[in-house]
Design a protein around this ligand. Structure first.
Ligand SMILES: [Zn+2]
Length: 146
């Protein structure tokens, strides 16, 4: 397969999954009567060029594409999509606010352990790092609007 065809295939896969995942999120909200979705505002101020996997190129970072599609699909169903600034949503504990260390089962917790599915904070709070990020996004939103 030529490089061009390969990139085209990736582009189609990104497009397919961005539509599929954004639709699943909206369907989940409809089934559970959820009226507000909060997402990190990745369009704003973050320096994507410093993070290779987030770099803007022809293929777009799929996370941003999912959010973009989610906004119009949610709007069509009467669901509000709110955004928060994406600062300290992944690196602090959602319970106490201290900086966390991430790790995977069988590995030592470290700061800047990208991809670590588990976390622990200095106060002993621990759990799933993705759920921790989701909780931080919700907390940021609540603090901003209360
Ligand atoms: Zn904590």
């Amino acid at each position: 397969m030529s490089t061009e065809k390969y990139y085209l295939k990736i582009e189609h896969l990104n497009e397919y999954y961005a539509h599929s995942i954004s639709r699943k999120i909206v369907n989940y909200c409809l089934e559970n009567q959820i009226k507000v979705i909060v997402v990190p505002n990745y369009e704003q101020r973050i320096d994507f060029t410093k993070r290779n996997y987030m770099k803007t190129n022809n293929f777009d970072w799929i996370g941003r594409r999912i959010i973009r599609y989610l906004k119009y699909k949610a709007f069509a169903e009467g669901i509000v999509v709110g955004t928060v600034k994406p600062y300290h949503i992944t690196d602090v504990c959602s319970i106490c606010g201290e900086y966390i260390k991430k790790y995977n089962q069988g590995y030592r917790p470290r700061k800047n352990y990208h991809g670590g599915q588990l976390y622990i904070c200095p106060n002993g709070h621990r759990g799933n790092s993705f759920l921790n990020t989701a909780k931080n996004i919700g907390l940021h939103f609540l603090r901003f609007y209360s």
